[in-house]
Design a binder for this molecule. Structure first.
Ligand SMILES: NC(=O)c1ccc[n+]([C@@H]2O[C@H](COP(=O)([O-])OP(=O)(O)OC[C@H]3O[C@@H](n4cnc5c(N)ncnc54)[C@H](O)[C@@H]3O)[C@@H](O)[C@H]2O)c1
Length: 269
């Protein structure tokens, strides 16, 4: 059984979806969790992002199950927010051991080359630069603990297999692979591991909203590319959370710099 008792995790984008499942799963294993999310609309995103109520509900669910959690409003585009999230981990729970850089957005241009500058820049800012900012804020606190730790990036099968029209999303997620490898090498001597999960289609509000459904129904080749060889339509958030929990655990203590493709076989064909 994975036991994270006495450890502290920060999860971004944790008010709902995969991030919420990760926060709940880490807390179930005994970790105290800083649940952070922008919990506001981001300009240019055409589906609703998480709300204050979602953020509160995540903490309430963890506490109802006997876990420890605290909510922090943090936009991964803002260094000051991330510094506050890290300070909260140290002030409330005494340390920081794990960071799950999960916050993300989606948008669906007509084609990759027709993406607007706003779609491109917001995607890179949230997904790629936001992950780097999260790491920059968190690493000093992990190192100060002096007992190693782990960082998990939320990738996507879009970084593994081409999907039509969302090259901006694929570029941001693929950029994380390079970031992952440099960081893993730099932090290995301090026993801080850096790994990445590439989920395939998972049932969340990012994939189940009118704009996403329109894209799936109309963009040429999407249907086939997203089809899962295993007999399910979509994975559940908890499936991704279990992989993240394992990556944070001692069972993965020498695993670093790796990409785990978790997609019910979608990238096999
Ligand atoms: N659902 C899928 O099929 C799927 C597949 C592959 C990868 N992913 C990735 O998983 C992660 C979680 O996505 P999800 O499917 O749970 O979607 P989701 O929309 O339910 O969750 C994303 C969360 O990130 C938050 N967020 C957005 N912008 C933010 C910002 N600037 N700062 C802080 N928080 C912000 C949102 O409020 C939301 O709570 C994303 O990185 C996404 O790219 C999802």
């Amino acid at each position: 059984m994975i036991d994270l008792t006495g450890q502290v995790a920060l999860v971004t984008g944790a008010a709902r979806g995969i991030g919420r499942a990760v926060a709940e799963t880490l807390a179930e294993a005994g970790a105290a969790v800083v649940v952070s999310d922008v919990a506001r609309q981001v300009d240019g995103v055409t589906y609703g992002l998480a709300t204050d109520d979602d953020l509160t509900a995540t903490v309430a669910a963890i506490e109802a199950a006997g876990g420890r959690a605290v909510a922090v409003h943090a936009d991964v585009r803002r260094d000051a927010d991330l510094d506050r999230a890290v300070r909260t981990a140290v002030d409330e729970f005494g340390r920081l051991d794990h960071v799950v850089a999960n916050a993300g957005i989606a948008s669906w241009p007509e084609s990759t080359w027709q993406a607007t500058s706003e779609q491109w820049e917001t995607m890179i800012d949230v997904v790629l630069t936001g992950t780097w900012r999260t790491v920059r804020a968190a690493v000093p606190a992990i190192l100060a603990g002096g007992r190693g730790g782990s960082i998990v990036f939320m990738g996507s099968t879009a970084a593994v297999k081409p999907l039509p029209t969302i090259g901006h999303y694929a570029a941001a997620k693929s950029g994380l692979v390079g970031l992952l490898k440099s960081l893993a090498l730099e932090l290995a001597g301090d026993s801080v591991r850096v790994n990445m999960v590439h989920p395939g289609g998972t049932g969340t509000e990012m994939t189940q909203n009118p704009a996403a459904e329109h894209w799936q129904a109309t963009a040429k080749g999407v249907d086939g590319a997203l089809a899962l060889p295993m007999p399910i339509h979509r994975m559940e958030t908890v499936d991704v959370a279990h992989a993240v929990r394992w990556l944070c655990s001692d069972e993965a203590r020498y695993l670093t710099g790796t990409e785990m493709v978790l997609d019910a076989g979608a990238t096999l064909r």
